[in-house]
Ligand binder design. Structure first.
Ligand SMILES: [Zn+2]
Length: 445
């Protein structure tokens, strides 16, 4: 299906975001030193902070804040039988064609014209099925070891540990298990920067319910709760679109699936998703393992295999959505242009930058250092004494630092400092003794 273009964004906004991401240390092309490795990326100093902020907020909001949730951190390597039981070995495959002339590979179902190569017009080979799972070997000698897979999703470790979690906690159905971590897919079609890559991070929840419960109500409540997360990380609701997957396109076991699409700089596409998967997963693992995964309800005295609602989130896609949303170029009153990342302070890599007005005055440096060291105990801070104040502001704007604190000669006498806000560029004098409280209120708001 052709995706809609993002009409609110200039056509070159993706290139600008990719360029800024590299220049300011958010995302680097993977293995660039050796000429690059297609569809892989490395997160730089700013990127890792941004990504960790998203993950921390997700974990707190979805796992720690809810009494009906708990978490695990399963392995990337799982027993290969898990992937047989889940259906991945059999079904996690895409059709592939190769151009006989230029040898480029394509998914025929994603091509407008599947009869000739879009790159050179050449003829295609017959359609072959291609596994999306990366294979590896466990054991010192390749032939004697067992063949394993790098997980193509995080969810299966949750199902495989359902009984362990139940036995080791006091959770009662309905309850859910959250998990985040790396997953790997040998994609034929990659692209749009960090939108689709070979290695990526997921944040997933399996929410277990009784088979005779009102699943529609639970499903709707999760959709609403998911939008609360969008608010938390500063993604506006009007940029989202709930794409209901019609019956004929849904997995046979799913009774309802919504792709939660987002208006990315390159167009509208899937950001998150939620699916009601019935008891497909636990029943499959119960049958394959020969071990009961039933739940006994103390109150109703009923025994059943729980059904699940699965909200799932791409971390890297969320990073891209936030970068696209935050990026702005604007003309300033002095006629200069600035690039600014208008991150919500909650996700911004640095919350506060601290400057001495001048770098050659030891008394200013000493006072500014004191302020910096103290703020550092409560906020992720950065120190900058290069160039002039204007240049430092521009530099912090580009990485989305919401507040800059400047210590000047008045600070030494009056005990206050200038706080400059990123978006409005407004400046206020705040008592140094009240700085923490002031910043805390602004950041938490
Ligand atoms: Zn070709």
């Amino acid at each position: 299906m052709a995706k809609k273009e993002n009409k609110n964004m200039p056509n070159d906004s993706m290139e600008k975001i990719v360029a800024l991401a590299k220049r300011r240390g958010f995302v680097f092309p993977g293995s660039e030193l050796y000429g690059g490795l297609a569809s892989t990326y490395d997160y730089g100093p700013m990127g890792v902070e941004l990504k960790n902020n998203i993950k921390r907020l997700w974990w707190k909001y979805f796992v720690q804040d809810r009494d009906d949730m708990t978490g695990i951190d399963g392995g990337i390597l799982l027993h290969p039988k898990i992937w047989e039981a889940s259906g991945h070995v059999k079904n996690f495959k895409d059709p592939l064609v190769e151009c006989k002339k230029c040898h480029h590979r394509f998914r025929p179902d994603k091509l407008k014209d599947a009869s000739k190569c879009p790159d050179c017009g050449g003829e295609f080979t017959e359609v072959k099925m291609f596994s999306g799972m990366f294979k590896t070997n466990i054991g010192a000698i390749e032939k004697e070891g067992i063949e394993a897979y790098l997980r193509p999703e995080t969810a299966q470790a949750i199902f495989a540990n359902f009984k362990n979690v139940l036995d080791s906690t006091n959770k009662k159905i309905p309850f859910g298990i959250g998990q985040m971590g790396k997953a790997f897919r040998n994609e034929i079609t990659t692209g749009n920067f960090i939108f689709r890559t070979l290695e990526f991070e997921q944040m997933e929840i399996e929410y277990f319910i009784a088979p005779d419960s009102d699943w529609q109500k639970a499903f709707e409540a999760w959709v609403e709760y998911i939008y609360g997360f969008a608010d938390l990380i500063g993604l506006p609701r009007q940029n989202f679109f709930n794409h209901e997957i019609p019956d004929e396109e849904r997995a046979f076991y799913s009774k309802r699936t919504i792709d939660i699409e987002y208006n990315f700089p390159f167009g509208q596409d899937e950001l998150w998703a939620i699916a009601y998967r019935t008891d497909y997963d636990l029943s499959a693992h119960q049958a394959a393992s020969g071990k009961s995964l039933e739940y006994f309800d103390d109150e109703t005295k009923k025994r059943f295999v729980p059904h699940v609602i699965e909200p799932t989130f791409g971390v890297d896609r969320t990073v891209l959505a936030i970068l696209g949303q935050a990026y702005a170029e604007e003309m300033m009153p002095d006629g200069e242009q600035r690039i600014v990342l208008r991150f919500h302070p909650r996700v911004a890599p640095y919350k506060v930058a601290v400057f001495p007005l001048l770098k050659n005055k030891p008394e200013l440096i000493a006072k500014a250092r004191e302020v910096y060291q103290d703020l550092k105990k409560d906020f992720v801070c950065v120190w900058d004494e290069r160039g002039n104040i204007g240049k430092r502001y521009r530099s912090q704007d580009e990485i989305g630092t919401p507040f800059c604190v400047t210590v000047d000669f008045d600070s030494l006498e009056k005990g206050d400092a200038t706080v400059r806000e990123r978006d409005s560029m407004k400046q206020e004098r705040i008592k140094i003794s009240e700085l923490k409280e002031y910043l805390k209120n602004k950041i938490e708001k």
